[in-house]
Design a protein around this ligand. Structure first.
Ligand code: SF4
Length: 271
């Protein structure tokens, strides 16, 4: 099969996966979301009190949240970690085959004090060229979504499951995710946001340790190491399926409510 046909088929498979129509190529029976159990919220660090001014201080958290194990549960904690140190540790990484075709390592972008982190799948062409996450068409849509919430892009943190572009924009392979995800784990631990939003199947399945399609748990809250985690559709999916924008906006309003933010007032229509 030539690479163009392969890319086309992969794009369609991802499209159907986003729709939840993917059992024909994934063994869904192998992984079920585990039973829910109560989890205490982890104490928050003092620096969060001085974080992004557009987000008010934490409200009382729900007493009981679902807890799910994932790839990340086995990762060791690094005391006194910082984004600069993590980037330094990545170096000119050649730990997985994704290094072979990349131009740039796309580490992440935004505030180390962010209370809201968006996690996507991996860099695309524009991101690979610019070295920044979510700067292509899907990235512009994500920026619009962030601004619709009343935030600026620099108020949040944006990163991906893998830091190097998978060739032909294919999904990262399981071993590539396993190799790269400790860096994401350290990023999330260093920032320790109040809310993590997973964008799309790969991010959600990786952090939640499930093969279930995102359509089965989109918009639900999970506990992730003391942060609240919600999965919603990837902006690239919204470019293909604009009708799903209302579901994503519903999810983002839940995030705003969790962060104690008021929904922005609708703009008056011009005459
Ligand atoms: S994807 Fe991650 S682990 Fe693989 S080469 Fe890039 S930075 Fe290293």
């Amino acid at each position: 099969m030539d690479s163009a046909s392969r890319s086309q088929i992969e794009a369609w498979l991802r499209y159907f996966d986003d729709l939840g129509l993917s059992p024909f190529y994934l063994d869904r029976a192998a992984a079920e979301l585990p039973a829910l159990a109560p989890s205490p919220q982890a104490p928050r660090t003092a620096r969060h009190a001085a974080a992004a001014p557009l987000i008010p201080p934490p409200r009382a958290q729900e007493a009981v949240l679902p807890v799910v194990p994932s790839l990340f549960d086995a990762a060791p904690r690094v005391e006194g970690d910082s984004l600069a140190r993590i980037r330094e540790d990545i170096g000119d990484c050649k730990r997985c085959r994704l290094c072979e075709a990349r131009n740039t390592i796309v580490f992440g972008d935004g505030s180390e004090r962010a209370q809201l982190v968006f996690v996507g799948e991996g860099p695309g062409h524009d991101e690979d060229v610019q070295g920044l996450p979510f700067v292509g068409r899907a990235g512009k849509l994500l920026t619009q979504m962030i601004e619709a919430m009343g935030l600026r892009r620099e108020d949040v943190y944006i990163c991906n499951i893998v830091k190097c572009r998978p060739p032909g924009n294919r999904q990262p392979e399981r071993d590539e995710v396993a190799t790269c995800s400790p860096f994401l784990d350290r990023q999330l631990a260093a920032i320790h946001p109040r809310v993590i939003v997973c964008l799309g199947n790969v991010a959600a399945q990786t952090l939640l340790g499930t093969n279930k399609s995102i359509s089965q748990f989109r918009g639900q809250w999970f506990d992730f190491r003391g942060s609240k985690l919600l999965a919603t559709y990837h902006p690239a999916f919204l470019l293909r399926t604009p009708s799903a924008k209302s579901e994503v906006w519903t999810d983002l309003k839940k995030v705003m409510h969790e962060l104690g933010m008021k929904p922005p007032k609708p703009r008056p229509r011009s005459a």
